[in-house]
Design a protein around this ligand. Sequence first.
Ligand code: GRF
Length: 203
Amino acid sequence: MSSTSKLGILLSGRGSNFLAIADSIANDQLKGCEIAVVISNKADAPGLAAAQERGLKAVAIEARGRKRAEHDEEIVATLRAHGVDLVCLAGYMRLLSPEFVQAFPQRILNIHPSLLPAFPGLDAQQQAFDYGVQVAGCTVHFVDEQLDHGVIVLQKTVTILEGDDAHALSERVLEQEHIAYSEAIARVVSGQYTIEGRRYIKR
Ligand code: GRF
């Protein structure tokens, strides 16, 4: 990786994780990184508007009516055109094609609002709450070709409180997501790790 790591953010919605990453870079907590481009599959995503307001390169690449491989090809080309070396999925609500994953091997991160491998997929916090877990949390992991499955870089836990509901739990998990994502990016761009099987090992 170059001395400044160029991040490409993919989002579909409000983009609070993107904003947390942007804030960490702006206040120098996350060093050696810049956001090269923010891409959304939804032109009306609030996160994309927020990126524009911050003067970042913001690109909408709509998926509607297109094959996944073709849509992903355009995204990969856009990431490459901006020199991206680490892709961060931040509430990006589409599965990636194998070609996309293979274009950035161990260079795509995702954040998921559960302690994987528990509760992959949608509504993870509701799933965890309904299951009756007493400890919930979030996971930042490398993306592989299976949903919410790649090597785990970092997890943070959140304790279920008396009188909790899924909404309150989601808010506390989100607070931890905002901390976890920048920490995980810092770990990856440092290069101070190896991966053995499924295990991320800090060097
Ligand atoms: C987060 O809970 C993230 O874990 C999940 O989607 C949500 C996105 O939130 N993948 P935001 O758009 O970053 O606010």
